[in-house]
Design a protein around this ligand. Structure first.
Ligand code: NDP
Length: 252
């Protein structure tokens, strides 16, 4: 009997993602930044997607200093982007790479921690839009490029609160339940008809701005830095997870 796939403790090899074009949202900070650097160390052509050009340029420069393949920068504010912005990104990917081999939906916002009874409605809409609707729209527009790969992987970012509801986590928790649902629906639609697999990955607690926002009194130094969590992302984005689809996995 074969062992079930588990991305934890995956140790990424230096050439593991060579010749693969991998797009990452929220690549300027936190986990997205760490995964972008890790993918470039594995020789991937990374497409850095985000809303803050200064942060993205800093990651671009860091990859250059480390001797990685030159990445692309795609400015996209997931709260404000319109159809034309998504189309422009997809056209740019096809023009530069001819296909897309990996897509990591990492960008996200926390919103507020508040009881449902008092949850601010505009904040609810913003969180659901950035965390779910924008990821859906980006997936849809990039599917033609993903289909041109021989081994493509879409990874959505989930969370413990997207698997079991927790009081006061409001729109964020609901958005992560929706992310799990989107992963399953899309994986079922694509299974057996092409090269695109779809999975969800839960980083677990990590030393980032979002975690600090959620737990302001916590000693951040007790948490793993994002750099310590990148192995499972490389495993799911690259050849190590070939044939695995519809799953929801953990980094820790
Ligand atoms: P950070 O807040 O550090 O990073 C979030 C990223 O998303 C940033 O790059 C941010 O860009 C980007 N982003 C936010 N809003 C937009 C937008 N409108 N358009 C484009 N990009 C945007 O959080 P983490 O690194 O911790 O989170 C990464 C993912 O991991 C999220 O999906 C989160 O839900 C998930 N997660 C995190 C956990 C943790 O403990 N940290 C635990 C479980 C899940 P900018 O820098 O411009 O703000």
């Amino acid at each position: 009997m074969s062992t079930p796939f588990d991305p934890r403790n995956h140790v990424a090899g230096p050439d593991e993602l060579r010749e693969r074009a991998i797009a990452i949202t929220g690549a300027g900070d936190g986990i997205g930044r760490a995964v972008a650097l890790a993918c470039a160390r594995c020789a991937a052509n990374v497409i850095l997607i985000g809303r803050n050009s200064r942060k993205l340029e800093a990651v671009h420069a860091e990859i250059g200093r480390a001797g990685g393949p030159e990445p692309s920068i795609a400015l996209l504010d997931l709260e404000k982007a319109l159809a034309g912005d998504y189309d422009q990104l997809a056209t740019g990917v096809l023009e530069r790479y001819g296909r897309l081999d990996g897509l990591l939906h990492n960008a996200g916002i926390l919103g507020t921690l508040s009881p449902i009874e008092h949850y601010d409605v505009p904040t609810w809409c913003r969180v659901l839009h950035v965390n779910v609707t924008a990821a859906f729209a980006l997936t849809q527009v990039l599917l033609p490029a993903l289909r041109r790969s021989t081994d493509a992987s879409i990874v959505f970012t989930t969370s413990n609160v997207g698997r079991r509801g927790r009081a006061y986590w409001g729109a964020y928790a609901v958005s992560k339940f929706a992310t799990e649902g989107l992963t399953q629906v899309l994986a079922a639609e694509l299974e057996g008809i092409g090269p695109v697999r779809v999975n969800a990955l839960n980083p677990g607690r990590a030393r980032t701005l979002m975690r600090r926002q959620a737990y302001p009194a916590e000693d951040i130094n007790t948490l793993p830095p994002p750099e310590a969590l990148t192995g499972p992302y490389v495993a799911l984005l690259g050849p190590a997870s070939r044939g695995v689809t519809g799953g929801s996995f953990d980094c820790q």
